[in-house]
Design a protein. Structure first.
Length: 194
């Protein structure tokens, strides 16, 4: 009988110790929602970077138009030379080869420019995201949240869960500007000699 009482007492003790843990596990986690696209696009740093990136894109478009005009003039000159028989044989082949080289060079230049803008955009996003992380953590603590979700990861949520405006406001104070010039990429490693 005493063994039974000891077992019952131990079971009650374990059950009472487990009850607060079970109650804690049953309470739903507090969640906050952050729209990182808005953070990037609406923050002061994002707007400043967007303006600079737009200027770079416009400069690249202007360069594209200039190169296209030059290539078109060159192509027309070659075609004109062929039609009036002033350009033929090795001279024609040489002129066509020079045109193709210019065209390839122009395409490579434009591709590099596009890549540079893409890398700059990614660098801007990286800087803003890095600066926003501790702000999101701080907002989570203030709201007693245990989870922060990207808005795109939710199907539905109430407006009271969204903290994007608060994150943007704080980010404007802590990071008013970012650089649109990413660090230089390391040079590719040379292939080992055999």
């Amino acid at each position: 009988m005493t063994m039974f009482l000891k077992s019952a007492a131990a079971a009650l003790l374990l059950a009472s110790a487990a009850a607060p843990v079970a109650a804690q596990q049953l309470s739903p986690p507090v969640i906050v929602i952050v729209d990182m696209d808005r953070v990037v696009n609406e923050s002061a740093a994002g707007k400043q970077a967007g303006t600079e990136l737009q200027a770079k894109a416009q400069a690249l478009q202007t360069r594209r138009t200039t190169l296209a005009g030059q290539l078109q003039s060159e192509a027309q000159a070659i075609q004109q030379g062929q039609q009036n028989k002033t350009l033929a044989g090795p001279a024609l082949e040489q002129r066509i080869k020079a045109f193709q080289d210019k065209e390839n060079s122009a395409n490579q230049e434009l591709a590099r420019g596009q890549d540079d803008i893409g890398r700059a955009r990614q660098y801007v996003i990286q800087q803003i995201t890095t600066a926003a992380d501790p702000i999101i953590t701080q907002v989570m603590r203030e709201r007693g949240a245990s989870v922060a979700l990207q808005k795109g990861a939710t199907l539905q949520h109430t407006a009271s869960l969204e903290v994007t405006t608060d994150v943007v406001t704080r980010l404007n104070t802590s990071l008013p500007r970012v650089s649109v010039t990413p660090p230089a990429q390391p040079a590719p490693a040379a292939a080992p000699r055999q």
